[in-house]
Design a protein around this ligand. Structure first.
Ligand SMILES: *Cc1c(COP(=O)(O)O)cnc(C)c1O
Length: 473
């Protein structure tokens, strides 16, 4: 029974929250190179937290009841539009929701019986999720295996009569490179198909890197043929989670993202987003972060981010056995290993207090580790490089993960529908990956090596089962 018989004191509760968070990765300080975005400025964080709390109980459901929501959203969306070539926006809870709405708008505008979506394999899985939820097919195109960018010619060839949307990224997350946006825009517009630029991670990063001296090609709504763009403020906007902006060039297309229903006897439903009742906390947090940093704050963060990225790339190039993938034009850097098992390297780095994000091999792209360089990275970049060098050396000495013979074939051949969660947990414990409560952090190199050896469809089945097991009682 998890509900206490009588209420507990705030002090008691906060002590328990602290205890629950004990084994979490730290969200500040720059030693976690994914998931978290830290300005390193306590007063900015404080402003965001307080504004978030002020707005926490305001409900975005009804803008006529809470006009603060409309005014704040206009300001936040307006700031993003100013930076990204104009347009008509929606404030959403994150990149996935922005993408979901972009796909819905395109699908509804086109009105095809069997709609499809054309994207490079490096596009974010949020498009696969949107397509899955919305009944749209995905046409995935390979990328160039030296630049990791989409080819506009391939896009042109893949567009068919049922294509409702073309997608490219600025940058794509896996290697941090920018797809040829102007070329793809030209082929999409020649075919009369809308084109969404996924600038979830780059929208609020690339303009500041450009201002700091980086070469950044045009990628936003100012490019003819780009019809929508997504930009997450909870990434390089440094806002608390739950903040993204989706912009449409055409207000009529924005209306296709909206949803209204009068098909019941209750209150009037008119939603701009997937969620209906929704806290205005994230909106308040994003608004306050933008206001607390201002142009100058973001320009400084952009300069620090660019310098840290340059130093990181040079440092990685000097470590034997490691190589940066492609020529990242943003501050997302991925590196693969030659003679160094990157999954073992990641475990070694984690033991030294640093989290590097593993990425599995896919479509001809090797397994690698991903680092998102942010504003706070600069202060610790030499320390990070030292840890990566030591971890690479340790990984070389340990050698690659050796999977028990027949394990991959066994897992790939499992009919997971016939196995319950408890049996799956036992099976994984028997090969050294103990997922049972209290077992602690499994050796991730082993988990990643197994996943990496499986075909993508089996990876997905195993991942779903993994989630189900860790949430089973
Ligand atoms: C993070 C990201 C997304 C998805 O965003 P969420 O906020 O995690 O839902 C989509 N596209 C790119 C390129 C991203 O980096």
């Amino acid at each position: 029974m998890n509900l206490p018989p009588a209420g507990r004191t705030t002090e008691d509760l906060l002590a328990e929250v602290a205890r629950l968070k004990e084994h979490d990765l730290p969200v500040r300080g720059g030693q976690v190179t994914a998931y978290v975005y830290d300005t390193g400025r306590a007063e900015v964080n404080d402003a965001a937290t307080r504004a978030y709390l002020e707005m926490l109980e305001v409900n975005c459901l009804d803008p006529t009841a809470f006009p603060s929501v409309v005014e704040m959203e206009r300001q936040v969306v307006g700031a993003v539009a100013d930076l990204l070539g104009g347009g008509h926006g929606i404030f959403t809870s994150g990149g996935t929701e922005s993408i979901m709405l972009a796909v819905k708008a395109a699908r509804d505008q086109a009105g095809r019986d069997r709609p499809n979506l054309v994207l490079p394999v490096t596009a974010h899985p949020a498009f696969h999720k949107a397509a899955h939820y919305l009944g749209v097919e995905v046409v995935a195109l390979p990328v160039d295996l030296s630049t990791y960018k989409a080819h506009a010619d391939d896009v042109a060839a893949a567009i068919g009569p049922d294509t409702v949307l073309v997608v490219a990224s600025a940058p794509s997350y896996p290697q941090g490179v920018i797809d040829p946006i102007e070329e793809v825009a030209a082929v999409a517009s020649a075919a009369g198909v809308p084109f969404h630029v996924d600038a979830c991670v780059g929208g609020w990063l690339l303009p500041w890197l450009r201002e700091a001296g980086a070469t950044v090609p045009p990628f936003d709504l100012s490019v003819p043929g780009v019809t929508s763009i997504s930009c997450d403020l909870h990434k390089f906007g440094y806002a608390p989670k739950g903040a993204s902006v989706l912009l449409f060039a055409d207000p009529a297309m924005r209306r296709r993202a909206y949803f209204a229903s009068a098909a019941w006897p209750g209150y009037t439903i008119i939603n701009a987003t997937v969620q209906s009742s929704r806290s205005a906390g994230p909106l308040g947090g994003a608004w306050a972060t933008l206001q607390a940093l201002g142009r100058q704050g973001y320009a400084e963060l952009g300069r620090a981010t660019l310098e840290a990225t340059t130093r990181l790339r040079a440092g990685l190039a000097a470590i034997p056995g490691l190589r940066v993938l492609g020529e990242p034009e943003s501050s997302l850097v991925a590196f693969a290993g030659d003679g160094v098992d990157v999954f073992v390297l990641a475990d070694e780095a984690r033991a030294r207090g640093w989290f590097l994000q593993p990425q599995l091999s896919y479509a001809g792209i090797p397994a690698n580790l991903h680092i998102t360089v942010t504003g706070v990275t600069l202060a610790g970049v030499e320390a990070m490089l030292k840890v990566i060098a030591e971890s690479a050396e340790a990984a070389r000495e340990r050698g690659p993960v050796v999977l028990p013979e027949g394990l991959v074939e066994l897992v790939a051949g499992l009919d997971l529908d016939t196995i319950d969660d408890a049996s799956f947990a036992e099976l994984s414990a028997s090969v050294g990956v103990d997922l049972r409560p209290g077992a602690g952090q499994p050796e991730m190199a082993m988990v990643n090596a197994v996943l990496d050896a499986l075909p993508p469809a089996s990876r997905e089945d195993v991942l779903v089962r993994f989630l189900s097991v860790i949430y089973s009682s």
